[in-house]
Design a protein around this ligand. Structure first.
Ligand SMILES: [Zn+2]
Length: 373
């Protein structure tokens, strides 16, 4: 476990990454020494950064609620020293939906900025002082804290709107491109621009001692590359179905095998996900994750039927490979059982899909033959 759950909002766990305390230490040190305010400065720093993460959480909740509105499940929001991430089960390919989800985060910050501005007017807080905050002479006071948060909030919205895919602005950019271009091509352009912005950001960070900026630049660069690869893979899988890629020769378990049997099968075959059938009928699926969990907590003579999963929906021979890939990612599985008329025919695995992808690149003709057969 690398993160700690704080609370849950609409089914979404808000979690702190284990490295999170580092940013509070950094803030205490930075504000304590830089302003020469000592302990009071350190307390100010911790308060400011904590509030800042409240803003980040609200920003991520903005994305999350928009995603849920379109039926996209949101697993959790993780807060780490370089910011927050809302982990969505998938990203809608409908450009309009991606646009709304991406813009919803910064929109939350703009609303907060408006509310804070209203509050400042109402209570006579001089936001002009926030300029002093920017130059580091804000002092240690409640209004300085207010100013700091006000500025940071706007900065957060604008920074996220940079066209640095996969940051919000980059997603907005991709969705706008995807309204006119093919999705894979739109992603390629957005990812290239994203990597360009990341390189500039990284260089700027390096020469100005912006450690966090360099981290964020690396994060953007690798994120753009990973997402581009995923979209390409999916694009080239379109049109293929399970029957062209699945493995028919797999070990199947009976519900009355015990865990020791499963370990033996596993060592013998190298297989780590097992369909479970009773007679001819498919009844469940024992995933690697579930098996490992069971081996740590249950006795060796425990029946497969006591630990197998019954909630994994099997695929059929005609299921789209693209859909299989999406489900494997969303449900964090390595394989799915292939079932026709209640009978399990085999498994479709990530390996199978990778092989199909490779073959579709080097010998597309060999696959279209299978397709028409
Ligand atoms: Zn965002």
């Amino acid at each position: 476990m690398t993160s700690l759950k704080l609370f849950t909002v609409r089914g979404i766990d808000i979690r702190l990454h284990l490295t999170f305390p580092l940013i509070l230490l950094w803030a205490a040190f930075q504000f304590g020494t830089a302003s020469g305010a000592g302990l009071a400065g350190a307390v100010f720093g911790v308060a400011a950064v904590s509030l800042l993460f409240v803003l980040i959480t609200l920003h991520e909740l903005g994305h999350s609620m928009a995603a849920q509105h379109y039926g996209v499940p949101v697993k959790q929001i993780i807060l780490s020293p370089i910011g927050g991430v809302a982990q969505m089960m998938r990203i809608p390919e409908k450009p309009a939906q991606e646009f709304v989800i991406a813009i919803a985060g910064p929109a939350v910050n703009f609303v907060i900025a408006g509310l804070m501005w209203g509050t400042a007017v109402l209570f006579n807080i001089n936001l002009g002082d926030t300029l002093a905050v920017l130059s580091g002479y804000g002092g240690v006071s409640l209004s300085a804290l207010f100013g700091y948060i006000f500025i940071y909030n706007i900065f957060l919205a604008l920074f996220n709107l940079l066209p640095a895919f996969p940051m919000d602005g980059g997603r907005v950019f991709r969705s706008l491109l995807a309204m006119r271009l093919e999705y894979v091509r739109a992603t390629k352009i957005a990812a290239t621009v994203g990597r360009g912005v990341a390189i500039l950001m990284g260089i700027y960070g390096l020469f100005n001692g912006g450690f966090f900026m360099v981290l964020i630049a690396i994060f953007i660069y690798s994120g753009a590359t990973a997402e581009e690869r995923m979209v390409k893979l999916r694009g080239s899988l379109r049109g293929y179905t399970v029957q062209q890629a699945y493995s028919p020769s797999v070990y199947q378990l009976s519900p009355y095998h015990n865990l020791q049997h499963v370990v033996d099968f596993m060592l013998m075959s190298g297989q780590s996900n097992f369909p479970v059938s009773q007679g001819e009928s498919y009844v469940g699926f024992l995933t690697r994750e579930r098996l490992e969990q069971a081996l740590q907590t249950r006795a060796r003579h425990t029946w497969v039927s006591d630990v197998m999963r019954r909630d994994v929906k099997p695929v059929t021979l005609l299921t789209d490979i693209y859909e299989v890939q999406q489900r494997l990612d969303a449900e964090q599985l390595d394989a799915l059982p292939v079932v026709e008329n209640g009978r399990c025919l085999g498994l479709i695995t990530r390996r199978n899909i990778q092989e199909l992808y490779r073959l579709s690149k080097i010998a597309p003709g060999s696959l279209s033959k299978v397709q028409s057969a």
